[in-house]
Write a protein that binds this ligand. Structure first.
Ligand code: SAM
Ligand code: SF4
Length: 362
């Protein structure tokens, strides 16, 4: 490892938010196997120092693929006529929550396409009220809503909200979304979530066409400026039947390059922010079978195993090669257990796994 990289890593480890954009670019630009290994090792060292051993888990319920939006990269975008649409009933979501609890997951994520309507708001409220007695940490990832809606869901029992900014560069955001999507509204939503008392999570996709390393460095600075508690980010993977699916035609990055970039983003984000929760996204596993474990070895401390009934998994394919399409939740948990012990880690059963950053700032 070159001495410049060593001193940058030492500087980052000494204090949060210590690096400039230029220094973050330097870290994100390392290419040799030795340098990448050193970066991951530093991310992991800081994860162990900040979060200890163990990986926090959240059972992921993919509550529906009906979406009012047409993000150019997303496999379940409104205009994708090849998708069989579904919405889980309240009973099915509550069953997913109960299954999570029975498996020892003390936290749940409810994610779906974006719907803004009073009927949907009320439906989620009712689901949350029914889940409340299970005493789980509940994360919502239901897209952009008004502050009033966020407040209603918070009052009904949700404690965390994940809304990726996708990219902190408004010009790049405009290139990967239709004109009715607004980067500014997304930032306003993150601020509203913060005011409403949630643990707030955001994140980006890396490996986007037209994205520079400086964009990625500024994404990490954006996380710091927004003072978020949780990061959920992962590589963009082209999806069939989408406008950005043609990046799959061989001109885009290889899966290996996407994975490498995803792992560097985790390590450098850990080095920059120190005490936030960072998820090892399923997209990493779509790129390589042990991708999520590599994410943990680079500094991630959260994994979200799927607990959705297998009959719906094929209808919630955001990108190509989605893993675990046929394995039920218990089998996935057992496999994750084995995989984590193989890298000297383990599932943190029956623990909420709240963000240490949130605890510190409140
Ligand atoms: N609809 C909500 C929203 O957009 O915030 C939540 C669900 S959405 C499917 C969750 C995330 O999936 C998005 O924030 C986006 O980053 C990610 N995603 C969608 N398409 C993707 C793709 N082709 N590759 C990687 N991630 C993708
Ligand atoms: Fe809908 Fe979210 Fe996909 Fe955009 S990323 S099309 S909002 S599900």
């Amino acid at each position: 490892m070159n001495s410049e990289l060593t001193s940058l890593i030492e500087k980052a480890k000494a204090a949060p938010r210590a690096l400039s954009v230029g220094e973050l670019v330097q870290l994100l630009s390392v290419e040799s196997a030795d340098d990448r290994a050193a970066l991951s090792a530093a991310g992991r060292e800081l994860k162990l120092r900040q979060c200890g051993k163990g990986v926090a888990v959240r059972g992921l319920v993919e509550a529906g693929n009906v979406c009012a939006k047409d993000c150019l990269y997303c496999g379940i975008r409104k205009s994708n006529a090849c998708v069989k649409r579904y919405r889980l009933s309240a009973d099915e979501i509550v069953a997913g929550a109960a299954a999570s609890k029975a498996m020892g997951y003390k936290s749940l994520v409810i994610q779906s396409g974006e719907i803004e309507s009073e009927a949907h708001t009320r439906f989620i409220e009712e689901v949350l009220e029914r889940i409340r007695p299970l005493d789980l940490g509940v994360t919502l990832s239901l897209g952009e809503q008004t502050e009033e809606v966020y407040a209603r869901w918070r009052a009904a029992g949700a404690t965390r909200y994940l809304l990726r900014i996708e990219t902190s560069n408004p010009a790049l955001y405009a290139k990967i979304h239709p004109s009715d999507c607004s980067w500014t509204r997304r930032v306003d939503c993150l601020r509203a979530l913060r005011r409403t008392g949630y643990q707030v999570g955001t994140g980006v996709m890396c490996a986007l066409p037209g994205q520079s390393v400086e964009d990625l460095a500024r994404d990490i600075v954006f996380y710091g400026e927004m003072d978020v508690d949780m990061i959920g980010m992962g590589p963009f993977i082209p999806a069939e039947n989408t406008p950005m699916g043609m990046a799959n035609d061989g001109r885009g990055m290889t899966n290996e390059e996407r994975l490498r970039l995803g792992l560097k983003m985790i390590a450098v984000t850990r080095l920059y922010l120190h005490d936030v929760n960072i998820a090892a996204a399923t997209a990493l596993q779509a790129l390589q079978d042990d991708g999520r474990e590599l994410g943990v070895l680079a500094g991630a401390n959260v994994i979200m195993p799927n607990v959705t009934d297998v009959q719906y998994r094929r209808s919630y394919q955001l990108y190509a090669n989605k893993p675990n399409l046929d394995e039920n939740a218990a089998a996935l948990r057992d496999r994750l257990d084995c995989r984590l012990s193989a890298i000297g880690e383990h599932i943190l059963y029956d623990q909420l796994g709240d963000s240490r950053h949130f605890a510190a700032r409140t």
